[in-house]
Design a protein around this ligand. Structure first.
Ligand SMILES: Cc1cc2nc3c(=O)[nH]c(=O)nc-3n(C[C@H](O)[C@H](O)[C@H](O)COP(=O)(O)OP(=O)(O)OC[C@H]3O[C@@H](n4cnc5c(N)ncnc54)[C@H](O)[C@@H]3O)c2cc1C
Length: 551
């Protein structure tokens, strides 16, 4: 939506279609809780240099440093822009926008609106986008493929879910903003719609998918659902405790404690559990606990009301009175569609922004609150560039052969497919395998076993749809999603297997050290019929040489 607004402001003549497989206000972004990072309080000592360095250090030096710099420099304006559009940022008593502490930052830098920042941001953007007559929403349209001609973007194919109609959108430029792919794991904070369809469309169109082995596990997912308790809870002063009530983070990150970056905290938690100091949830799962009781009723009700409600409804725990059991949970994909600093993909006329993209801001580990920031900054950048491109360039014609091949793929290959195996069983086995083999710690044996299981699933006769209705056929959409999940999960596992080092969120027990000699580079996956074809891509350094990360 930020991209659509930027495009509409750049060109009043462009017609902008916002396609979403859900009503846009049900996109996963509305569940962002904790904050959006930006440097606001220079007069109190914060500065851009520090935000850039925190981001680069947080990334374990795999971030492209020019990209991190662009993020930091453009962000303050985005905060004020949202403010002017009506965003109800939480404020200090003097009326200035407030910021809270977040993991891995040297300064309180997470701009917030209670603990519902994504909901308010999305509402603000949605309201604003309604002011532009040239933005049209196509809610509940399921995109299936990218159309292109001589490596120039030409449009997309999509199904209108309401009618079941298969439609071609012709367009001189496009932006993929299909979000993260975290539903390839079972224990996940993501919305059920967060499947890798957009990544897979790009992959099938021959574009590179970058750094997918880096999956972020957030320390505080509640049991058994995996719903998130925001890092803002620790930003507000919450403690992580083991079974003896000890704040164990003092052993692993003596300075930052609970506010070390997520990769560090999640690894510390698993070590704590492995060494016998964890707890058991009533479901039998290993866990630890988050204690907020010392913050007091008033602060919790004012600043953490949303997670209190989540605790009561989904864990039966009121965080005002008791600690809540939690465990590291799949939360963010650092990887995505390979783009340059402007969000341009390898196809002319096509950009990618937000979590679906990988412009390498976050390297191998994203800092909390930097993702909604990335969505805003690259929403704006790509929206402007795409609108200018649309105004200047002729439209590449659609190649009929591509459209008929896509119809064949989804209607003959999936909708009219046959097979004994239930696609939902395939999905469950896949996501359980990812939980089991590509979690916080990984090793060669586990990843190889994971890949073996995945290839086995791919080979089974499962691609079919039981519901043959035309209208709102969610069964059909789900099976298309599962098809893309298998291909993208394969990239995650293959990338993880190839990266024989530990960096950021990718921790290999068989290669525990970071290896800058051999692996200070991005991974790229390209489509081939059998398995992903893997390549490497250089990291951009401007100012900071890699050093050991300590917190
Ligand atoms: C629970 C939770 C809390 C978070 N909290 C924070 C936070 O406090 N701060 C922060 O910075 N980050 C946070 N994050 C991360 C951040 O919210 C996301 O990275 C970001 O919002 C993703 O936005 P997006 O626009 O890229 O994708 P999304 O908001 O996921 O939107 C993707 C859109 O693409 C559409 N789409 C997908 N596939 C198709 C298809 N095949 N056809 C048509 N449409 C399709 C979807 O319908 C949707 O509209 C959080 C994430 C989660 C899961």
């Amino acid at each position: 939506m930020r991209a659509a607004i930027a495009a509409a402001e750049t060109s009043r003549l462009a017609t902008i279609a916002v396609l979403s497989k859900v009503q846009v206000m049900r996109s996963h972004s509305v569940s962002a809780e904790g904050g959006t990072a930006a440097v606001l309080f220079r007069e109190e000592g914060d500065n851009e240099e520090s935000h850039i360095y925190d981001t680069v250090k947080g990334s374990d030096f795999l971030a492209d440093q020019d990209v991190a710099e662009r993020l930091v420099k453009m962000m303050p304006l985005e905060i004020y822009q949202l403010d002017h559009w009506g965003m109800p940022w939480s404020r200090r008593s003097d009326g200035r926008i407030d910021q809270r502490k977040f993991g891995g930052y040297s300064f309180p830098r997470a701009t917030y609106a209670q603990d519902k920042v994504g909901f308010y941001e999305m509402q603000t953007l949605y309201d604003t986008s309604l002011k532009y007559e040239n933005i049209e929403f196509y809610n509940e349209w399921f995109c299936t493929s990218i159309l292109h001609n001589s490596n120039r973007f030409a449009g997309v194919t999509a199904i209108e879910m309401k009618s079941g109609q298969f439609v071609i959108f012709k367009a001189p430029s496009g932006i993929i903003c299909t979000g993260g792919a975290g539903r390839i794991y079972s224990f996940s904070t993501y919305a059920y719609s967060s499947t890798p369809d957009g990544l897979d469309m790009a992959y099938r169109a021959g574009l590179g998918i970058k750094d997918m082995e880096f999956v972020q596990f957030h320390p505080t997912g509640i049991l058994p659902s995996g719903i998130l308790i925001t890092e803002g809870a620790r930003g507000e002063g919450g403690y992580l405790i083991n079974k003896s009530g000890e704040r164990f983070m003092k052993k692993y990150a003596p300075e930052k404690l609970e506010l070390a970056p997520r990769d560090v905290v999640s690894r510390s938690m698993i070590r704590e559990i492995q060494e016998g100091r964890g707890m058991k949830h009533e479901t039998g799962a290993d866990c630890l606990a988050l204690d907020l009781t010392h913050l007091g009723e008033e602060a919790i009700k004012e600043r953490l009301a949303g997670i209190r409600e989540i605790g009561i409804k989904f864990s039966g725990v009121d965080i005002i009175r008791e600690s809540i059991q939690i465990r590291p949970v799949c939360h963010y994909m650092m990887g995505g569609i390979h783009t340059n600093i402007d969000g341009s993909t390898e196809m002319s006329g096509l950009w990618a922004a937000g979590e679906a993209s990988c412009n390498s801001t976050h390297g191998s580990n994203r800092l909390g609150a930097n993702s909604t920031s990335e969505c805003l900054v690259w929403g704006r950048i790509t929206g402007e560039l795409a609108a200018r491109h649309a105004a200047n360039k002729e439209r590449p014609s659609i190649i009929g052969e591509q459209v008929s091949q896509e119809e064949k793929r989804i209607y003959d290959g999936i909708f009219r497919g046959s097979g004994e195996v239930n696609p939902y069983d395939i999905r469950k086995t896949l996501t359980d395998t990812m939980d089991d083999k590509a979690y916080v710690f990984r090793d060669e044996a586990g990843l190889s076993e994971g890949l073996k299981r995945l290839k086995n699933l791919k080979g089974m006769a499962w691609k079919h749809v039981d519901d043959q209705a035309k209208e709102y056929n969610t069964n059909f959409c789900n099976v298309m999603e599962i098809d893309s999940m298998l291909r993208i999960a394969e990239i995650v596992l293959t990338g993880a297997l190839n990266r024989r080092e530990s960096r950021g969120a990718h921790a290999r027990t068989d290669y525990p050290g970071r290896d800058d000699v051999n692996f200070l580079k991005h991974s790229l996956a390209y489509y081939s019929d059998s398995e992903p074809c893997m390549k490497w891509h250089p990291v951009t350094f401007t100012r900071y040489a890699p050093v050991e990360r300590k917190y």
